[in-house]
Design a binder for this molecule. Structure first.
Ligand code: HEM
Length: 384
């Protein structure tokens, strides 16, 4: 643990050890989740005015809710994402991914570059989410832009001009969400029927649209990238000696899309022998906890199924543990099973680049090309 100042000089207690991160997550009374959605760079008045103009509010709903309403809101969301409903998506998702992979394989065979983020990972989670939870009828691109703008506005170091631009984008979509929250069916209707205020319905939809799809897009991209450097794992998948589910867990351990998550100390307390005053921001370094040698024997190595591999904290823990874990795992398993063969013999033209962000990795592209394929490649020359 160390106290580290952020880009504005504000101190945060950063926790890296698996046991301590887990201890904090498991104790939402001492370490409350209230600051989960607080902007890392405080939003200046001009941007706040824009948000207020869109009646933007993020009341405690899910991740940032330590109140009595949390279990009930969570139960309604968990119902929409019930494991049986999630499992029922597998055939549809497999078919969609298989068709995409066939198209991408043809492009790679023809020597063309392929962007696995844009052409495979970016929209899949949103398309699946929309089958489970009724969402506003908005173009996929608009939802993706809004979600990425929200992740930047709340978790990135920013200047005032950028904050204003992001607030405009986030605020505009928030208005769409507010309209949908008032009239939409499915989850929105169930939350309304349970007596939750319009702000709570909007807040729940907001969080789901951001956390429920952008995270998984990021994870699929990072995991596929990691697998390009793991030929033995791909060979194991091909030979059926490596389990896809184990690959997903090892991926979550080593390449989690959410690298940190925050809590705030509710009272004066101690953690691992260190005094933690009430009000302290506690930054839990989930990615680092996954590499704790106390938990896995080969922390930096991608070894599917190694002891401790599944004990990562990529989905958090305790009362606020990710409700979408099952869904994210299913999506990743289908993508790994179908798309890993694409990675054989490819060259990485552009690895995923991740901007400065406290919590989310947000890769923007992942370009590959089959080495030796295509018009100018040796295979063509050899044929000639
Ligand atoms: C690889 C993908 C994902 C990762 C790594 C991830 C990670 C996380 C983390 C770290 C938390 C905070 C947990 C805590 O405070 O202990 C969380 C909460 C949450 N996640 Fe996920 N998530 C993913 C995908 C999803 C998906 C697909 C959905 C839904 C469609 C989802 C919905 C939620 C919700 C609703 C919460 C708040 C739960 C609560 O506070 O009760 N997540 N997630």
């Amino acid at each position: 643990m160390a106290t580290v100042p952020d880009h504005l000089g504000v101190p945060h207690l950063v926790v890296t050890r698996h046991a301590l991160v887990r201890q904090v997550l498991a104790d939402p009374v001492t370490f409350r989740p209230d600051n989960a959605l607080d902007a890392v760079t405080p939003v200046p008045v001009a941007a706040l005015r824009v948000l207020a103009g869109h009646r933007f509010r993020l009341p405690p709903t899910l991740a940032n809710n330590s109140g009595a309403s949390h279990p009930e809101i969570r139960a309604i969301v968990a119902d929409a994402l019930h494991p049986d409903r999630v499992a029922a998506q597998r055939p549809w998702l497999t078919d969609l991914v298989r068709r995409r992979v066939a198209r991408l394989a043809a492009a790679l065979d023809a020597g063309e570059p392929v962007d696995l983020y844009a052409e495979l990972a970016a929209d899949l989670p949103l398309l699946v989410l929309a089958r489970l939870v009724e969402l506003p009828d908005a173009p996929v691109g608009a939802v993706k832009d809004f979600a990425r703008a929200a992740l930047e506005l709340f978790w990135a170091p920013l200047d005032a001009d950028r904050q204003l631009a992001l607030a405009t984008q986030v605020g505009r979509f928030h208005t769409v969400l507010r309209g949908f929250a008032a009239t939409g069916g499915g989850l929105a209707a169930r939350l309304r029927a349970a007596g939750h205020s319009p702000d709570v319905v909007v807040g729940a939809l907001f969080f789901l649209l951001v956390a429920g799809q952008e995270t998984t897009s990021q994870f699929l991209t990072l995991l596929l990238h990691r697998l390009t450097a793991e030929p033995a794992v791909r060979a194991g998948l091909r030979a059926d000696t490596v389990d896809v589910a184990d690959v997903v867990e090892e991926g979550l351990r080593l390449e989690p899309p959410i690298v940190t998550w925050r809590r705030v100390a509710a009272v004066d307390t101690t953690l691992g022998g260190t005094a933690v005053p009430a009000g302290s921001s506690v930054v839990l370094w989930l990615a680092r906890a996954g590499r704790d040698p106390a938990v896995v024997p080969a922390p930096a190595e991608f070894r599917p199924g190694q002891r401790g591999s599944r004990r990562h904290l990529a989905f958090g823990a305790g009362a606020h543990r990710c409700v979408g874990a099952q869904l994210a795992r299913l999506e990743a398993a289908v993508v790994v099973a179908e798309a890993a063969p694409l990675l054989d013999g490819v060259t990485v033209l552009r690895p995923p680049w991740c901007p400065d962000n406290l919590t989310f990795r947000m890769p923007d592209a992942f370009m590959i090309r089959r080495a030796g394929a295509g018009p100018a490649g040796p295979r063509r020359v050899a044929t000639a």
